[in-house]
Design a protein around this ligand. Structure first.
Ligand code: PRT
Ligand code: ZN
Length: 291
């Protein structure tokens, strides 16, 4: 029987969330001693654990059928290889942005500031691409890490680096002036020439489980009781609900139980509003799976 292989980050910011997602899809794994390979026990999915930088290559070359990687790394590697690989699905974690940053004391007039300057980055292709789109010529200095100390030690004038909270830039006397790429983790799929119909079927099965996990995560099951008089008002307050189930309550003809899946988060304000509108016994429950 065919199996599919997925490349994921071995150890880093994406690892825990990636493994958590696969666990929520119900896949159990048996690990090799060195933790570089793992075999799905109850789903024909195997994992290859690697540096995140290598994931796009493995997927582009058909070594792995799927990969989970940040869009920042995906963009950089596909520009480098002059290949196109569209994400199959956004995963919503590992969010960050690739931004241009300059010393605090400087004003930012626009991309022309970078003309004829020296800019350090770990993302030379993505940055060069942005410079070209803005008709700017600059010297690109490729650094593997600690890009943020570049201006202080005189390696470069400006930098282009990943930012999430901005603390790293701030503590190095830099300010973010321009986002050039918004990024999150995505699933990528190998070009179709490497896929058999059986593999494609397995990929679709996994994707629909992931979609189920994602919808379940953002949805809640809500139950409450109310009098028939308040029903219409209460229906308008329930977030993301079109037609709730309305069940009669034993021994009370005027009151009903309302049950529904809310396709959105249920906030405390919503519960307070429901109470005010006459609801009682309000229960909000997490949903584990949804198809
Ligand atoms: O060993 P390997 O090569 O696999 O890992 P790595 O060290 O290259 O990557 P890792 O684990 O640090 O990050 C993996 C992915 O997480 C990145 O490619 C991004 O897609 C995503 N991600 C999300 C981030 C951040 N947020 C982030 N904040 N990657 C890096 N950072 C860095 C940022 O550059 C800064 O230096 O974290 C530092 C702190 O950020 P601030 O702005 O919160 O201070
Ligand atoms: Zn890396």
């Amino acid at each position: 029987m065919e199996r599919i292989k997925m490349a994921i980050q071995k150890s880093g910011r994406l690892t825990e969330k990636t493994l958590g997602l696969l666990k929520n899809c119900g896949v159990e794994f048996s690990w090799s001693k060195d933790k570089l390979y793992s075999v799905g026990l109850n789903f024909p999915l195997d994992l290859l654990l690697v540096r995140d930088d290598d994931i796009p290559e493995y997927v582009l070359d058909g070594v792995c059928d799927l990969g989970i990687v940040g869009e920042n790394v995906l963009t950089e590697k596909t520009l480098k290889r002059k290949k196109n690989l569209k994400p199959l699905k956004n995963l919503g974690f590992g969010k960050c942005r690739l931004s241009m940053a300059i010393p605090n004391a400087l004003k930012y007039p626009g991309p022309e500031l970078f003309q004829n300057s020296k800019i350090a980055t770990s993302y030379p292709y993505t940055m060069q691409n942005w410079l070209e789109q803005n008709n700017v010529t600059a010297e690109v200095i490729e650094l593997a890490g600690s890009v943020e100390i570049g201006p202080q030690i005189g390696v470069c004038d400006y930098i282009c680096d990943l930012v999430s909270t901005g603390n790293t830039l701030r503590s190095n006397g830099l300010k973010e002036v321009q986002t050039i790429l918004e990024s999150q983790s995505v699933i990528i799929e190998t070009p179709s020439e490497f896929l058999t119909p059986e593999k494609k079927t397995l990929i679709n099965r996994l994707m629909s489980r992931i979609a189920g996990v994602q919808t379940a995560k953002s949805s809640k099951y809500i139950m409450l009781n109310c009098s028939l008089n308040n029903l219409e008002k209460i229906k308008t307050i329930l977030p993301g609900v079109e037609r709730p189930s309305v069940v009669p309550l034993e021994g009370d003809l005027n009151r009903v139980a309302v049950h529904s899946v809310c396709q959105e988060n249920v906030f405390w304000e919503t519960i307070e509003n429901l109470k005010e509108a006459g609801a009682s016994g309000i229960l909000v429950l997490p949903i584990e799976k949804m198809m």
